[in-house]
Design a protein around this ligand. Structure first.
Ligand SMILES: CC(C)(COP(=O)(O)OP(=O)(O)OC[C@H]1O[C@@H](n2cnc3c(N)ncnc32)[C@H](O)[C@@H]1OP(=O)(O)O)[C@@H](O)C(=O)NCCC(=O)NCCS
Length: 231
């Protein structure tokens, strides 16, 4: 019998040129082998175990996507934070030095990463959910968007409109690196209108899964491809 040393995961040499991959399926091993100290600390701080695991899986996915683009190992990717363009605080857009631009979003058990070699991107995704009738941020939207939301014929249509409005807004703000505390007044409209936040930004509506509505903000004329990561 051939095989790696006890506890090791990797290819096992077998006869006739066949490679058999054996995977350690313990999540702790994957987390230990892939994530940074600060990412692991954040998992530990999560009050809900499931959301900690979801965060961990999303980070592992992000690191794999980045490492495939950068030809390094997933663990070697070093994430930094830009300064906030509004207040100069340390909660600006995440970036990787000399790496591709990227944007991450999570909703329920789905995470998505947009990645582009040389141009900024912003991505947001939302599952359907019960939005409050009057969200606290409503008054900060442009007047035309508030008016449109007030025309909803019932709660279901209103929830659809709010979700549509929200993913467009967040995608644009994430492209710009601006948090939700600022910038909700940027005009992003709804997906049945052709309102763009500025001449240098294009919003693309995406359906990465039938129940997930997403919006990707890019520079104009950027081709978009959607792929699913398979573990
Ligand atoms: C960034 C933000 C819009 C994301 O919203 P969300 O719906 O909670 O979460 P999503 O899952 O869609 O996105 C989270 C990802 O956004 C990214 N992100 C965080 N800050 C960002 C910023 N300033 N610009 C672009 N992307 C950002 C991160 O990659 C994060 O993923 P991580 O938690 O794995 O690190 C929101 O958290 C926010 O506004 N943060 C800043 C708060 C703020 O405005 N503070 C005061 C500013 S003066």
């Amino acid at each position: 019998m051939v095989g790696p040393a006890s506890g090791e995961v990797g290819p096992v040499s077998a006869p006739a040129g066949v490679t058999v991959w054996v995977f350690d399926t313990a999540p702790e091993r994957l987390v230990q082998a892939t994530l940074s100290d600060s990412e692991r600390a954040r998992i530990g701080r999560s009050r809900v175990r499931d959301s900690g695991l979801g965060y961990a899986t999303a980070r592992v996915g992000l690191r794999h996507v980045m490492s495939a683009e950068m030809a390094c190992s997933a663990k070697e990717v070093v994430f930094k934070r830009a300064s906030c363009p509004q207040c100069g605080g340390g909660h600006g857009k995440p970036f990787v030095r000399r790496g591709p631009r990227f944007s991450v979003t999570h909703t329920g058990r789905v995470a998505a990463v947009a990645v582009c070699a040389d141009r900024e991107v912003g991505l947001d995704a939302e599952l359907p959910r019960a939005w409050p009738r009057t969200p606290s941020w409503l008054g900060r939207l442009p007047a035309a968007e508030r008016r449109r939301l007030s025309t909803a014929r019932d709660g279901a249509q209103r929830a659809d409109l709010v979700r549509d409005c929200w993913v467009r807004k967040e995608a644009a703000l994430k492209l710009l690196g601006v948090g939700l505390s600022h910038g909700l007044d940027i005009p992003t409209g709804f997906s049945d209108q052709d309102i763009q936040p500025g001449p240098d930004i294009r919003l693309h509506m995406l359906r990465p899964r039938t129940d997930v509505l997403a919006c990707l903000a890019t520079a104009p004329d950027t081709p978009v491809t959607i792929r699913s990561w398979r573990w």
